[in-house]
Ligand binder design. Structure first.
Ligand code: ADP
Ligand code: ADP
Ligand code: MG
Length: 498
């Protein structure tokens, strides 16, 4: 067992800050790395020491494993936390870190390797009793054979990149006529995004919900799960709204999914924090999708409902300490919702809309957590993921967490770039979300850009009504005016006018 005294975070933005904050609480010194585009970034200012590792392009800075390891040697660092994205799921980097005598705060290179390939992952768990989506067990070599299999499985099917991640390299095929075209697209996307064109086929689960289980394993073979996160509100197969717990799981299914997730982790000798992703159909049948061998973007909702700091656990595990939490100690308390605040224009296909944060005022108050990496006046660089922040609310129950989220979104003031906030507000108010009767098709079923516009016009109309009523009120002091929810929502506009 070792004690980590100085830790380098091989990442940027909100997740770098998130990790450093826990380090500070644990008395661990922190080192930031940054690219030339991130010179003034918050994670650089927050760290005890910071080193520029290269130009803006990730390939020349944040992905330079050898340069990062050199920095560690020079500054007497004993551990590296990779965050998510970048080098976090790179088995050879984690091997290099070990070979340099440093601690990688994450799983073994072997676990990363196996789970980094969706096909290898399926093979690894095959001896356990884990439900899997029907599909091809290996990469497609012969298209005609693949078409025969697809016909057997039944359309629609999904062509998926084995090395895929972040929703890339995935194509839905509705019928055989589309097969070749979608196949070409999937292969070329997989090649350009992952340098590996292997693809396979899965049945496209209809009414699919994405529900994932957080796991923690130590280096002594103990593995526990920390319940689920519901991540079905997605655009481009990528999450925008997440919550814990899921509103639809029964305690029985939760326990069964938890057992499967622990088995998946066991199948690859897992230690560290990891996430086992499942797809759930409308009958609540669940199927293993993949395992992410890192800290997940949406991990805060799990922290809120369990009271466990996942980064702290990751550090203890990396130090070789046995888990002190037993499965039976864990309980779900309350409900948490997270929305991802991306610099994207929901009215324009969620295309990135980078620029300068002219106004940037965070929401505050009871039950609100903001994990971000920006301040007013800062620019959102075009080189990286356009996520500005994660807004998380926590309440006694789902309804309270949602109400807090609506209030927090209304307090959040961002100008200079378009963001996903208006879209997230639309989700929070939507009947399908409120009744928990939604799946990954939420955006395609319910969202069109014009649903955002009337909301603004409506607020303006309401404002006029409130002002009109106010004038009447001052003339006839005894007259009562009922203030509708919509009118209350438009109060921020009143404040701006006053
Ligand atoms: P999460 O999986 O944590 O819920 P995302 O799917 O948005 O969240 O992925 C987190 C980050 O990691 C994103 O920046 C995404 O682009 C990146 N990412 C995920 N998988 C890969 C991969 N295989 N290769 C490169 N980047 C990836
Ligand atoms: P990635 O590595 O890109 O995260 P995943 O396998 O986790 O790939 O899938 C990402 C998303 O794609 C899921 O959250 C889900 O919305 C959708 N998806 C994946 N597989 C299926 C499937 N078999 N049927 C329906 N939707 C799927
Ligand atoms: Mg996934």
């Amino acid at each position: 067992m070792t004690t980590i005294k100085k830790l380098l975070v091989a990442n940027r933005g909100e997740i770098a800050l998130r990790v450093m904050r826990t380090c500070r609480e644990m008395g661990i010194k922190t080192v930031a790395i940054y690219s030339e585009a991130d010179r003034n970034a918050l994670h650089v200012r927050y760290a005890d020491e910071a080193v520029c590792v290269g130009p803006a392009a990730s390939a020349e800075s944040y992905l330079k494993g050898d340069v990062i390891i050199d920095v560690c040697k020079r500054l007497g660092v004993d551990a590296i936390h990779p965050g998510y994205g970048f080098l976090s799921e790179n088995a050879s980097f984690s091997q290099m870190v070990r070979d340099a005598g440093l601690i990688f705060v994450g799983p073994s290179p072997e676990s990363i390797e196996v789970m980094g390939s969706k096909l290898a992952a399926k093979a690894a768990v095959a001896t356990y009793n884990i439900p899997m989506v029907p599909g091809t067990p290996s990469a497609i070599a012969d298209r005609d054979e693949a078409k025969v299999i697809s016909a057997q499985i039944g359309y629609p099917v999904l062509i998926k990149a084995s090395a895929g991640g972040g929703g890339k390299g995935m194509r839905v095929v509705e019928n055989e006529a589309e097969f070749d075209e979608q196949m070409d697209r999937a292969v070329s996307e997989a090649l350009s995004a992952f340098g590996d064109g292997s693809v396979f086929i899965e049945k496209y689960v209809t009414s699919p919900r994405h529900i994932e289980i957080q796991v923690l394993g130590d280096q002594h073979g103990n593995i526990i799960h920390l319940f689920e996160r519901e991540c079905s509100v997605q655009r481009r197969h990528q999450k925008v709204v997440e919550e814990a717990p899921s509103a639809i799981l029964t305690p029985g299914i939760r326990a069964e999914m938890g057992r499967c997730a622990v088995d998946v982790a066991r199948a690859c000798g897992y230690y560290g924090a990891g996430t086992v992703e499942f797809i759930v159909d409308d009958q609540l049948n669940f199927y293993f999708l993949e395992m992410n061998t890192r800290l997940q973007v949406e991990h805060p909702v799990t922290e809120q409902i369990t009271g466990i700091d996942l980064v702290k656990q990751m550090i203890y595990i990396a130090e070789g300490k046995p888990l002190t939490i037993q499965q039976d100690d864990l309980q779900i308390k309350g409900h948490a919702v997270e929305v991802r605040v991306y610099a994207e224009d929901p009215a324009n296909n969620f295309l990135p809309d980078v620029g300068t944060l002219e106004t940037y005022v965070r929401p505050q108050g009871n039950g609100v957590r903001v994990d971000d990496g920006f301040e007013q006046g800062m620019e959102i660089p075009i080189y990286y993921d356009p996520m500005i922040a994660k807004l998380i609310t926590y309440g006694a129950d789902r309804e309270e967490a949602i109400q807090k989220m609506i209030r927090a979104i209304d307090e959040y003031q961002i100008t200079g770039v378009q963001t996903t906030l208006p879209f997230c507000r639309f989700v929070m108010e939507h009947e399908a979300f409120r009744s928990a009767n939604f799946d990954t098709r939420f955006v395609s079923l319910y969202f069109t850009p014009d649903v955002l516009k009337p909301a603004v016009d409506k607020a303006e109309e309401d404002l006029a009504a409130v002002l009109g009523a106010f004038l009447l009120d001052t003339q006839k002091p005894k007259q009562q005016t009922a203030v509708s929810a919509a009118q209350q929502r438009s109060r921020w506009k009143e404040r701006r006018l006053s």
